[in-house]
Design a protein around this ligand. Structure first.
Ligand SMILES: *Cc1c(COP(=O)(O)O)cnc(C)c1O
Length: 373
């Protein structure tokens, strides 16, 4: 019997009345964007929550990354070492800044950039490293910083998946020269669409302000060349409302995560990442890897679950370096681990309102797929 469709994620939303009440003042002020009071309040609250020195809100995570790269003023054509096992946005942001991505392999233990392979990719043209805390798994930030310091490279983390993650008690945005977060509707914390750049150099605040608001610094003064990447007030209010429930949301996600883990641990041929003792997770995703000793392959399992109304996703397949727009254009390593993970991965449904009963049904199918074929 088919149940209602269950998708890989479902957006967090505050109680309806609460949001409606919160947006009411906008009908008085008629101030809907351009760094309004809610924009300011959300910047402050997020800085506190993420435990970072500086934060600039953006219209979305992708623009946060594009602008974080842009403010570094890299020369055109310079090389940036990055990972292909990510959402396409990471690679687009590099290329759209007229830089060349150089693809480094990842570690099979957690899918993050293999820090031991970075040095071999560095040339005279290398200016930066852009790793990804993929699924909220944290890169080896200390080893990466060491390489960066040795070669005088900037480090910008794509922390789109890592909202609220802590490492040894520190907010994850405190590493490298900058990190970006995404507040897209599908992420652990959302402002409908939104994002932020976090950083430690106060000079970046003004530079980012300029490029997110046309460089406007006075009624008759445009001081810098800028784009438009401001967050509007409806989004900022959504963020303020959702932020009140973030601990609850992460707590519920943790229950789902543990339910999957308990049921799937004994299943032969299904592997998943082990939690890192130094990391306080946000339980954003539950990726599994369908190994060769599992009775059916990844694509067959994907179809089987879909046939039972469970919509998993092959995040991240294909690798960004294999996508039509980038294939064979840039330098890369053999990418053996990245390719291997990408060919075996399935991300299972996980969100705060997902019922444990549904997880049970999903894991039952995964436990004995042949019974459902
Ligand atoms: C979601 C995401 C982005 C882009 O964020 P948007 O808010 O959707 O623009 C960038 N990188 C990664 C890894 C993401 O998952």
């Amino acid at each position: 019997m088919k149940s209602k469709p269950i998708f890989v994620t479902q957006s967090s939303m505050p109680p309806y009345e609460e949001y409606i009440e919160a947006i009411k003042p906008l009908w008085q002020s008629r101030w809907l964007t351009n760094m309004g009071v809610y924009h300011k309040e959300l910047e402050l609250k997020l800085k506190e929550f993420l435990d970072v020195p500086y934060l600039s809100l953006m219209v979305n995570g992708h623009m946060a990354l594009e602008l974080a790269i842009q403010v570094m003023d890299f020369p055109v054509g310079a090389e940036v070492i990055t990972t292909p096992f990510t959402f396409i946005s990471t690679t687009h942001a590099i290329v759209r800044n007229h830089l060349q991505p150089v693809f480094c392999d990842v570690k099979k233990e957690n899918g993050t950039m293999d820090e031991t392979k970075i040095e071999g990719l560095i040339t005279e043209k290398t200016v930066a490293i852009i790793p990804v805390h993929v699924y909220g798994n944290i890169c080896d930030v200390e080893a990466i910083q060491k390489v960066a310091d040795k070669y005088n490279l900037k480090v910008i983390y794509d922390a789109a998946h890592a909202f609220g993650v802590k490492r040894k008690g520190n907010g994850i945005g405190n590493y490298g020269d900058a990190s970006i977060f995404s507040f897209h509707a599908t992420k652990v914390f959302n402002t409908i669409e939104g994002g932020a750049v976090v950083f430690s150099d106060p000079k970046l605040y003004d530079k980012l302000y300029n490029i997110k608001n046309f460089g406007i610094r006075g009624e008759e003064l445009v001081a810098a060349i800028g784009a438009n990447a401001k967050m509007n007030e409806f989004s900022a209010i959504m963020g303020l409302c959702n932020l009140k429930y973030i601990d609850y949301a992460i707590g519920k996600r943790k229950q789902c995560y543990q339910a999957y883990k308990k049921d799937l641990e004994p299943v032969k041929g299904i592997r998943f990442f082990e939690p890192d003792a130094e990391i306080e997770s946000n339980y954003g995703y539950f990726p599994i890897f369908v190994e060769t000793d599992y009775p059916i392959n990844r694509d067959e399992l994907y179809i089987l679950l879909k046939g039972n109304n469970y919509f998993t996703r092959k995040y991240f397949y294909p690798l960004t370096s294999d996508q039509a727009c980038f294939k064979n254009k840039y330098r890369s390593l053999t990418l053996e681990n990245a390719r291997n993970l990408s060919e075996k991965v399935l991300v299972l449904p996980l969100y705060e309102e997902l019922e444990l009963e549904e997880i049970k049904k999903i894991t039952k199918i995964i436990e004995s797929p042949k019974d459902y074929l």
